[in-house]
Design a binder for this molecule. Structure first.
Ligand SMILES: C[S@@+](CC[C@H](N)C(=O)[O-])C[C@H]1O[C@@H](n2cnc3c(N)ncnc32)[C@H](O)[C@@H]1O
Length: 397
């Protein structure tokens, strides 16, 4: 918690942006007004990129007006580090490795987590420290926030910001209620006997690999929220409630799908889809009338394939981009198996080429048929369970 100060104009703009889709709960609104995002965003950032376009580098000193516009834009995610810090601004590396999520996503995740005054919260992935500051405001003086960041440079910078804004004490506990740790969040336990009430991961957790310590150290009835991913796709934001039997159970949020950078030690093998020789004559060639284009653009179907077909990545290319007709590529980066599905929309048969030890297209077709037979239930139908011995995600009968 910080001293109460008047919200800046920028902060009010950000809150107005958040409320375009409906009012925030009062406690969360106060928190967003109390925390100035500008206090947590570095001077040199990258913003505005997507799957197609590169991010734009921006330096506060060179263009303070644009920097403020970006920082107070409620929908704007901001990249703060590439390649674990191996490349320096303004250069862009291969993968973004630290960021401030869009405030709209931060607010939605808080809504799913539901922290309350007095709660003890663990956050995995401190990043800029912005979310830890919001949590600090929400849990108040009687609660506390432990936030942990695997990158020591990022952790150190976030800690300084949390100290500078009065939320973390430089020495000992003091009146502040945040503690920043420079550690892998998979192995963090409460500092005393009191368990977590809430756990929030702001980095993606791979399917079947949630650190069980998060469940073990959360009280029965406590809530864990984590963005989950599989090799095929990311998407579900899962909310688990810890049971008396030491198993956490829950579902994906029905409204929110997210794509987060993965926990550092759990990053998936990168696919090299841009190098797949998709029309190679040496590949096995068959034909199909099953068009998987639409299913692959729908989170419910994509997730079903993700569960059924592990270690497989995909990309889709509209006609005129990589080939004259539209193209779907699949690749298992481990076995280097690949498949391509190629042809004109609505024009009969599609060519299917497959190479390597796996028949990836056949596996995906089988998953699509299975999911169709199950009636294609929505993402939130899946039941997630995380226990000491096994983790499952299943469609109840
Ligand atoms: C999307 S950013 C977090 C955003 C942040 N909560 C904020 O408010 O700015 C994800 C962060 O998770 C961190 N991270 C990745 N793996 C981690 C791990 N195993 N333990 C702790 N932090 C991790 C990354 O270094 C990165 O800074």
């Amino acid at each position: 918690m910080a001293k109460v100060t008047a919200a800046t104009e920028g902060t009010r703009t950000l809150v107005a942006g958040l409320e375009e889709s409906g009012p925030l709960p009062a406690a969360y609104r106060s928190a967003f007004l109390a925390v100035d995002r500008a206090d947590f965003i570095p001077d040199r950032i990258w913003y505005g990129g997507d799957e197609k376009d590169e991010d734009t580098p921006l330096d506060r000193a060179m263009d303070p007006q644009q920097w403020s516009t970006v920082v107070y834009d409620a929908t704007m995610p901001i990249v703060t580090q590439w390649d674990d810090g191996a490349v320096m601004w303004p250069e862009q590396g291969v993968r973004p490795t630290s960021s401030a999520s869009a405030p709209t996503v931060v607010a939605d995740m808080l809504r799913v987590l539901g922290p309350e005054p007095g709660d003890r919260v663990l956050e995995i992935g401190t990043g800029t420290g912005y979310n830890a500051a919001l949590l600090s405001e929400i849990v108040g003086r009687s609660g506390d926030v432990i936030t942990t960041e695997v990158d020591l440079t990022v952790a150190g910078q976030a800690r300084e910001r949390l100290i500078a804004t009065g939320r973390e004490a430089r020495f000992g506990a003091g009146m502040a209620n945040v503690l920043t740790l420079g550690r892998d969040g998979g192995a963090v336990a409460p500092v005393d006997d009191r368990p977590w009430d809430r756990v929030i991961a702001t980095a993606g957790v791979p399917l079947g690999r949630m650190p069980y310590g998060w469940v073990h150290h959360t009280r029965p009835g406590g809530v864990i929220v984590a963005p989950m991913f599989a090799d095929f796709t990311s998407d579900p934001l899962v909310r688990l409630v810890v049971g008396n039997d030491g198993v956490a159970r829950g579902h994906a949020d029905s409204r929110l799908t997210v794509g987060f950078m993965a926990l550092r030690s759990q990053r998936p093998n990168r696919a090299a889809l841009n190098r797949v020789p998709w029309d190679a004559e040496t590949a096995d060639l068959t034909h199909t009338t099953v068009d998987i284009w639409d299913p692959l653009h729908h989170p419910d179907w994509c997730w079903a394939v993700a569960v059924a077909v592990p270690s497989c990545r995909f990309d889709t290319y509209p006609a005129g981009t990589r080939s004259a007709s539209r193209l779907v590529l699949l690749e298992d980066p481990v076995s280097r198996s690949w498949a391509s599905i190629h042809g004109q929309e609505g024009h009969g048969e599609l060519a299917v080429r497959q190479a390597g030890p796996r028949r990836l297209a056949d596996e995906v077709f089988a998953a699509i048929r299975w999911f169709a037979r199950r009636g294609a239930p929505p993402l939130h139908s899946w039941l997630w369970e995380v226990g000491p011995d096994r983790q499952t995600v299943t469609l109840p009968d």
